[in-house]
Design a protein around this ligand. Structure first.
Ligand code: NAI
Ligand code: X15
Length: 337
């Protein structure tokens, strides 16, 4: 049984914590928070041992009537693996603590790639994380691109990928974010950071990406063009992608015309928090023009990295191979719309 600690219990951390409790080979040691906000209250309600990430703030939790199990270093000490889901940049600050307590750590996509031994995507490069001490689960967008590009590369070869990412402005709870009424090239410079980030998983892949931000919180949307090294039909590509457990091909018959209905569908399907762990590829959009593949996909930024974190725990501890881990994670979470 693997004991897993979560440092940073926000959008990603709380989802990974819930996912860990569903794994037959893992137990949750607890979660660390900096302040006794509503997420801390939720952790208490779920009986997750709560640790303070900042020792001097013990009183803050006491004043809010929240009992603590200890401090974050105590959480890390008793964990076989720690998942750092702190805001971008804080993971780098925490690295020395994980090193001094000799605990392997997983970081999230907001950290720099050079912080870690390897960046990680379960379908793309699972085995690269074997025995590593510091692993970065790539960002939501890079996770989505890696899942899509891996089977295309394996089956047809990728000559060049070009992707325009329409990025949600912020998460639903991120009241500090905008734009409120604008459409921003973001970043304005080309390529956006996503292409180089995909290269942390596939160093040799030729990919250019452009990013923009729009006033939406639901999901990201990718407009994808991949020049393949061979010329399958659109039907061939559809069949190939349909075989991928973390790609959901949205059939025309469902009449799902956007991110709003995708989220509604996930809620109707009883998904926790309306999470959509899979890339959602519109089946009708899959088109071939000579060697060029075109499609649209939507990525639920709050949840697609969750199964990848679970798999990364098994990858670093070498307790399962990629297929075993992906199958267990999929089954326990209920992946497959
Ligand atoms: N939200 C998203 O769409 C996605 C985020 N990511 C990455 O995941 C990481 C976390 O992002 P979110 O979960 O969105 O952030 P968040 O802000 O929702 O959650 C971070 C949590 O860490 C806590 N925290 C702050 N400082 C801390 C410290 N020193 N020690 C322990 N906890 C601390 C915060 O109070 C908060 O609860 C970032 O690297 C981000 O780039 C990756 C994929 C998608
Ligand atoms: O990692 C993400 O997006 P990204 O792949 O566009 O950088 C997450 O959606 C967080 O993005 P944010 O940097 O807008 O908070």
């Amino acid at each position: 049984m693997l004991t897993v600690g979560i440092n940073g219990y926000g959008t990603i951390g709380k989802r990974v914590a819930d996912a860990v409790t569903q794994q037959p080979d893992m137990e949750l040691a607890g979660v660390a928070k900096t302040r006794p906000n509503f997420e801390a209250q939720t952790a208490v309600r779920k009986d997750y041992p709560l640790y303070t990430a900042v020792e001097e703030r013990v009183e803050l939790f006491e004043e809010a009537g929240i009992g603590l199990a200890g401090t974050v270093s105590e959480l890390v000490e008793q964990s076989d693996v720690v998942v750092d889901a702190c805001p971008s940049g804080i993971g780098a600050d925490n690295k020395s603590m994980y090193e001094s307590l000799d605990t392997p750590a997983l970081y999230q996509g907001g950290e720099d790639a050079d912080l870690v031994d390897t960046s990680f995507n379960a379908r793309g490069n699972y085995s690269a994380a074997a025995g590593a001490s510091h692993v970065r689960v790539v960002s939501c967008n890079t996770t989505g691109l890696s899942r899509l590009l891996t089977p295309l590369q394996e089956q047809y070869g990728v000559e060049k990928a070009r992707v325009t990412l329409v990025r949600r402005g912020g998460d639903p709870g991120q009241t500090s974010r905008g734009p409120i009424n604008d459409i921003l090239p973001n970043p304005i410079t080309v390529p956006s950071h996503h292409g180089p980030d995909v290269n942390t998983v596939f160093p040799d892949l030729d990919i250019d990406t452009l990013g923009m931000k729009v006033p939406a919180t639901l999901m990201h949307l990718h407009s994808v063009n991949v020049t393949l090294e061979s010329s399958p039909t659109a039907a061939d590509v559809r069949d190939l992608l349909r075989e991928e457990s973390r790609l959901f091909l949205v059939p025309e018959s469902m009449a799902i015309d956007g991110a709003g209905k995708l989220k509604e569908f996930a809620h109707d399907a009883g998904r926790p928090r309306g999470d959509v762990w899979e890339n959602c590829v519109w089946e009708e959009s899959i088109s071939m023009e000579d060697n060029d593949l075109y499609l649209f996909e939507a990525i639920h930024q709050e949840s697609d990295v969750v199964p990848e974190n679970v798999d990364a725990i098994r990858a670093v501890t070498e307790t399962a191979d990629a297929n075993e881990s992906i199958a267990t994670t999929n089954e326990t979470l209920g992946i497959g719309l």
